[in-house]
Write a protein that binds this ligand. Structure first.
Ligand code: BJW
Ligand code: ZN
Length: 296
C-alpha cells in the first residue's frame, strides 16, 4: 500500500521527470527513523536541557563541560545510528543527476555515510566530527574525527540506540547508568579534561554552528552561486520545521527562481500550515518511507 495519494504522486513524478536543477533542504526529521532525536518537539530535551539552549556560544562559555557531554553523547548516538532509506535515495539521486544539490542542516554524518557525493552535499550547520579551537588567535581545525569518546574524560555511560533486547545477553552493565537520564548525576568536568588544541593548548569545541554564529562562508557562497546559475526546477524540503534562519529562507529563494516545492514532513501543522512554506506538494509521513517512494 502506498502512503502517498496517487494523484499527488503522479503529478510529482511528472515534475520530477522533467526536472534537472533540483535542490533539497534537509532537517533533523530525515534522521528520526535512524533513531536520532529532533530538536523541537518530542526528544528535544537532553536531561532537563532544551537542546537548542545548549547549542549556543553562551552555554559553552558558561559550562563547556556540560556542553561537551551533550555533544559527546550526540556523537556517540550518531555513530551508532545507520543511514535510512531516505539518505540512500538522495545519495542515489545525486549520483544519477549531477545538477542535484542537497543542503543539510544536519550534523549527524548520515548523508555522507549513505554515500552522498560530497560535492553535491553542503553542510550548513557543520559536523559533529569537526573540531575547532576556541582561542581567538588560533585557527586550528580538524575534520572527520570519528574517535569516540573524543577524550577519555568524555567516556561516560550512554544509552544504547537500539538496546539489544532486555535479555541477559544484552550488555546491561554499560547501560545501567545513562548520562541522558536526568536522574543520574552528571560529572563536573574541568576545562583541562576537555578536548585540547594540539597547536596552542586552548579549548577545542565542536565544529557546528550555534545560534548567533555565521554559517560557513564557503558553503553559503557555493549555495548562492549554485542558485544564481540557472532556474531551479524543483525543491524538496525534508524533515525540517523551517524555523531556523538562514536555512529556512532557501525555500522561498528557490521558489523565486522558479522552483516548485515538495514538503515532506511528519507533521502537517508544522510546515505546511505556515503560508510562506506552503508547497506545491505536501507529503505527510516518515521521510524514510516517503522519500524513497516519491523518488523511485
Ligand atoms: C519528521 C520526522 C520523520 C520528525 N519524517 N519529518 C529572524 C530572522 C533571521 C534570523 C533570525 C531571526 N531571529 C533569530 C535569528 C537567528 C537564528 C534563528 O534562526 N533563530 C530562530 C530560532 C528564530 N539563526 C542563527 O543564529 C543562525 N546564524 C545566523 O543567523 O547568523 C547571522 C550572522 C551573520 C554574520 C555574523 C554573525 C551572525 C545560526 C543557526 C544555527 C542553528 N544551529 C542548530 C544547532 C547545530 C548544532 C547541533 O546540532 O547541536 O542547528 S539549532 C538546530 O535547529 C540545529 C538544526 O540544524 C536546526 C534546524 O532544526 P530542524 O532540523 O528543522 O529540526 P526541528 O527539530 O526543528 O524539526 C524537525 C522536523 O522534522 C519537524 O518539522 C518534524 O515534524 C519533522 N519530523 N520526525 C519526516 N520521521
Ligand atoms: Zn588552538
Amino acid at each position: 500500500a502506498r502512503s502517498v495519494p496517487t494523484a499527488d504522486l503522479e503529478s510529482f513524478a511528472e515534475c520530477l521527470k522533467g526536472s534537472r536543477r533540483i535542490l533539497a533542504l534537509l532537517g533533523a526529521g530525515i534522521s528520526a527513523a535512524s533513531g536520532l532525536p529532533t530538536f523541537r518537539g518530542a526528544g528535544g530535551l537532553w536531561r532537563s536541557f532544551d537542546a537548542t539552549a545548549l547549542a549556543t556560544p553562551g552555554a559553552f562559555e558558561r559550562n563547556p563541560g556540560l556542553v561537551w557531554q551533550f555533544y559527546s553523547y550526540r556523537r556517540h548516538m550518531a555513530l551508532q545510528a545507520q543511514p535510512n532509506k531516505a539518505h540512500y535515495a538522495l545519495a542515489e539521486l545525486s549520483r544519477m543527476n549531477k545538477e542535484f544539490l542537497t543542503i543539510s542542516q544536519n550534523v549527524d554524518g548520515l548523508s555522507p555515510r549513505a554515500g552522498h557525493p560530497a560535492e553535491q552535499l553542503k553542510l550548513l550547520h557543520g559536523s559533529l566530527y569537526d573540531l575547532k579551537c576556541t582561542s581567538f588567535y588560533c585557527d586550528y581545525t580538524r575534520s572527520n574525527d570519528f574517535t569516540d569518546p573524543i577524550v577519555p574524560s568524555l567516556d561516560i555511560p550512554k544509552k544504547e540506540l537500539f538496546p539489544a533486547g532486555s535479555g541477559e545477553d544484552s550488555s546491561g552493565v554499560a547501560n545501567e547508568v545513562d548520562i541522558s537520564d536526568v536522574s543520574n548525576p552528571i560529572p563536573d568536568l574541568k576545562p583541562e579534561d576537555l578536548p585540547k588544541c594540539p597547536k596552542c593548548n586552548g579549548l577545542l569545541r565542536p565544529g557546528v554552528v550555534w545560534f548567533g554564529e555565521a554559517l560557513p562562508k564557503d558553503t553559503l557562497n557555493y549555495v548562492d552561486e549554485w542558485i544564481e546559475s540557472g532556474p531551479i526546477d524543483l525543491m524538496l524540503v525534508i524533515g525540517t520545521s523551517s524555523r531556523v534562519w538562514p536555512a529556512a529562507g532557501y525555500t522561498d529563494i528557490a521558489r523565486n527562481h522558479g522552483a516548485r516545492v515538495a514538503v515532506i514532513n511528519m507533521d502537517p501543522n508544522d510546515v505546511a500550515g505556515r503560508n510562506s512554506m506552503k508547497g506545491d506538494w505536501f507529503f505527510q509521513g516518515d521521510a524514510s518511507v516517503i522519500v524513497p517512494e516519491i523518488l523511485e
